[in-house]
Write a protein that binds this ligand. Structure first.
Ligand code: B4P
Length: 181
């Protein structure tokens, strides 16, 4: 499964809850990148500036990271992707990876939250990449590069839309209902 939504929509929050419930790993590309930055690895050093500016890391780098992660044993029985794909080329890469594993996506959940609430939540989170400028830039990037995925998955009959404005438990209930889990 894939969780789709603007930055601050609560993808990561819901992915962790749902993954626990379904017994599959929640794979957050944002967390993986932040860990690389914290560890000071070559990958971390190469993506740090991009993340701080609120820009997306390039598709080739992300393809490499996700391909490796989905080959790990714990992802063989299923997984919940949080924050990938974020561009149409990334969605194509994911399809290729899954085809190579004779697997397919079951569903894509879009968590919808109005922009003022997104900014408020992200500022409250106080993560190092959450300056107001970076948050605004992430929303612009989302509109340009990630929103086209809504249509991409709609035409493939995979998209399930959920209102993400309620409390964490209300959103979990809405996501569970949409997925019938
Ligand atoms: P991510 O880590 O994916 O960050 P995000 O989109 O901001 O967070 P998310 O939507 O998961 O919100 P959260 O649950 O934390 O990406 C960070 C950066 O990494 C990107 O900007 C980019 O540079 C890079 N990156 C990652 N993946 C990439 C890719 N595929 N391609 C290129 N670049 C990539 O929730 C936000 C806050 O709201 C939290 O504080 C939470 O506690 C709160 N909250 C959640 N649900 C709530 C609710 N229902 N009510 C009230 N508060 C709630």
């Amino acid at each position: 499964m894939v969780l789709l939504g603007a930055p601050g929509s609560g993808k990561g929050t819901q992915a962790a809850i749902l993954a626990g419930r379904l017994g599959v790993p929640a794979i957050s590309t944002g967390d993986m990148l932040r860990q690389a930055v914290a560890a000071g690895s070559a990958l971390g050093r190469s993506v740090e500036g991009t993340m701080m500016r609120g820009k997306l890391v390039d598709d080739a780098t992300m393809a490499e990271i996700v391909r490796r992660r989905l080959e790990e044993d714990d992802a063989r029985r299923g997984f919940l992707l949080d924050g990938y794909p974020r561009t149409v080329p990334q969605a194509g890469t994911l399809e290729e990876i899954l085809a190579g594993q004779q697997a397919r996506l079951d569903a894509v959940v879009l968590i919808e939250v109005p922009e003022p609430v997104l900014v408020e939540r992200a500022l409250a989170r106080k993560r190092s990449d959450d300056t107001e400028e970076a948050i605004r830039e992430r929303l612009v990037e989302y509109g340009k590069k990630t929103e086209p995925l809504v249509r991409y998955y709609q035409v493939r009959s995979l998209l399930r839309e959920v209102d993400g404005e309620g409390s964490v438990s209300e959103v979990t209930a809405a996501v569970s209902a949409a997925l019938e889990v």
